[in-house]
Design a protein. Structure first.
Length: 227
């Protein structure tokens, strides 16, 4: 894994974007990307509370991602300050045939991007639900997909793709097309290149990014990295 956090370039330099990764009690790896609304100290304080509560709920019981996020949503309604956020909570699981599987739920957040070893890239758009902190009861969904060997998973916040002068669809397309050219790059280089070439120059938002690469498989031949 590799990760980045970049503060907003022209605002208060604090915000509510965060990433997290930790091992769950059954050995699965939990991945989190989230964005608390706002660009000030209140957003940063709310982010810290939401991040810690999510870790606590994920560690308390082995429940599906949607159930854990629903517990978090209910707890946020009881916070002293009104806080709204988007988030993806996922778990990377080892399957019985020693492959890898991603199980996730999405609370109003931009979809994760999966880039396979051959450069095919697709957004994981299933599992979508309402953002957190609205106080409106909602039925959240879980989604699942197999993760091919040596594929790269990119979790990010909207600061990477949004622009005041362009549509979010254009930003998503830019991310997918550029990330598809980087399947053999080291993860730290992917993070830096995405920030340099995908993040709009006129974006005044902070950015969090978490990138994970799956282990290889003996049946998949080594492909040298491009020079």
């Amino acid at each position: 894994m590799s990760a980045r956090y970049v503060p907003a370039p022209r605002s208060s330099h604090v915000g509510g974007d965060w990433y997290d990764a930790f091992t769950m009690s059954d050995g699965a790896t939990a991945l989190v990307i989230g964005d608390v609304a706002g660009h000030d100290l209140d957003a940063a304080a709310g982010m810290a509370q939401v991040c810690n509560m999510l870790r606590a709920y994920a560690g308390a019981e082995l429940e599906p991602p949607s159930t854990i996020v629903d517990h978090l949503d209910q707890a946020m309604a009881r916070m002293a300050e009104t806080t709204m956020a988007t988030a993806v909570f996922a778990r990377v699981e080892l399957t019985r045939d020693e492959g890898w599987r991603l199980r996730w739920t999405n609370a109003g957040h931009p979809p994760p991007l999966l880039v396979e070893h051959d450069g095919r890239a697709r957004f994981l758009e299933a599992g979508q639900g309402m953002l957190l902190g609205t106080g409106i009861p909602t039925a959240r969904a879980d989604a699942v997909t197999e993760l091919p060997p040596r594929s790269t998973l990119v979790l990010y916040t909207d600061g990477l793709i949004e622009s005041p002068r362009g549509s979010i669809d254009a930003g998503l397309s830019r991310l997918r097309e550029y990330a598809a050219s980087l399947p053999h790059h080291p993860l730290h280089a992917i993070c830096d290149l995405l920030l340099t070439h995908v993040r709009p120059d006129d974006n005044n938002d902070d950015v969090a990014m978490l990138v994970l690469r799956l282990p290889g498989d003996a049946r998949v031949p080594d492909v040298p990295a491009p020079r």
